[in-house]
Design a protein around this ligand. Structure first.
Ligand code: SF4
Length: 349
């Protein structure tokens, strides 16, 4: 499904931009702040509910603007309660977002790009190739659409959907600020996670900014050779540089970093790998998430249960916090590495 229009989108604009927007419409600046409250604090889905705005202003807004650029094309529900939404964008592109309920917690997994340039060999998104960056409006639009589908407040956000978030920093950082504004959408900064394959300039940019979001770095290998053979472009960023940048962020943000490690049978799951991993990260305040691989028809296979547990035991015996993360949403192709946005990929999904 494709839809096009030339209207301006309001989601993704911050309070200053909405004030300027109101002034352009001949309204006082405070109308922009009211609009901010309707869009974010109250999650208004239409202009007619914005009852403290003048009728003439609401009519102009209806004529000239749309609230969100994101349209829900399909919803799929997994047997474990997870939910995957396929979103249509104004130019006809598509991305996916996922909801993962877990007791009191409701996590939204958002996409940052259409496709991805990194091209990780184990990932369905990587097989699409890079199409374009998403705007802040399209990222916040996913958040609102997922929350509407859940009919419940989202407590946690992970930028782990389609794309490498640190290759789309300005839009991702802007969306992150909006989603974590306590006077707006209100997700805690400590519950907003930016996940990267180790794009070092992006991690260093996070160090320089005043934003203190959670950082997750996907290692997926204990040598540069392993990483290079899994993830394109990592040659530019040797493992030791990635770890140095992550350590710098830990000290600046005063919070632990999470390292994710995708266990691939016979590739990176040996006990020697576990010992190398300990040497690499032991001095960094961190936790290690050991990820089960979701098969997508690539050359890689999931590590068996015993190997995974042995790997975890080695890390734990060295004092590391190591948690085995089981897949959520696997039956609806919503788990890590399975998002394909409805595009044809050579995975056959
Ligand atoms: S794992 Fe992340 S960085 Fe790698 S191809 Fe998939 S979306 Fe891109």
């Amino acid at each position: 499904m494709k839809y096009r229009n030339k209207k301006d989108y309001l989601l993704g604009k911050d309070s200053t931009e909405l004030e300027e927007f109101a002034i352009q419409f001949g309204e006082p600046a405070f109308r922009g702040r009211q609009l901010y409250c309707w869009l974010y604090t109250k999650r208004a889905a239409n202009f007619s509910s914005m009852t403290d705005l003048a009728r003439s202003f609401r009519e102009r807004l209806t004529e000239d603007t749309l609230i969100s650029p994101v349209k829900v094309l399909t919803e799929e529900y997994g047997s474990d309660g997870s939910c995957k939404l396929l979103f249509g964008l104004p130019d006809g592109n598509r991305v996916e977002g996922v909801l993962i309920p877990d007791n009191e917690r409701l996590t939204a997994c958002l996409s940052s790009q259409v496709g991805c340039a990194i091209g990780c060999k184990f990932c369905a998104t990587g097989k699409i190739g890079f199409k374009r960056n998403l705007s802040a409006s399209e990222i916040v639009g996913q958040f609102i659409a997922l929350e509407t589908a859940a009919n419940q407040r989202i407590t946690n956000v992970v930028m782990m959907g389609m794309g490498e978030p640190l290759l789309n920093r300005s839009a991702v950082f802007k969306a992150a600020r909006l989603i974590t504004d306590p006077d707006g959408l209100g997700v805690s900064r400590r519950r907003f996670c930016i996940s990267t394959v180790g794009w070092t300039p992006g991690i260093l940019a996070m160090c320089k900014s005043n934003m203190r979001f959670k950082l997750t770095v996907s290692l997926n290998g204990t040598t540069d050779e392993q990483r290079n053979s899994l993830m394109r472009f990592t040659k530019r960023f040797p493992l030791l540089d990635v770890l140095k940048a992550a350590e710098k962020y830990v000290h600046i943000a005063k919070q632990r970093v999470t390292f994710t490690y995708l266990l691939l049978n016979g590739f990176n799951d040996s006990l020697e790998d576990a010992h190398r991993l300990i040497k690499l990260v032991k001095h960094i305040p961190c936790k290690v998430n050991l990820m089960e691989y979701n098969e997508i028809g690539s050359e890689f296979h999931q590590s068996d249960k015993k190997q995974t547990e042995d790997f975890q035991s080695v890390l734990r015996s060295a004092g590391l916090t190591a948690i085995i993360r089981t897949s959520r949403g696997e039956d609806i192709a919503a788990a890590c590495g399975q998002l394909a946005g409805g595009y044809e990929t050579n995975t056959g999904k």
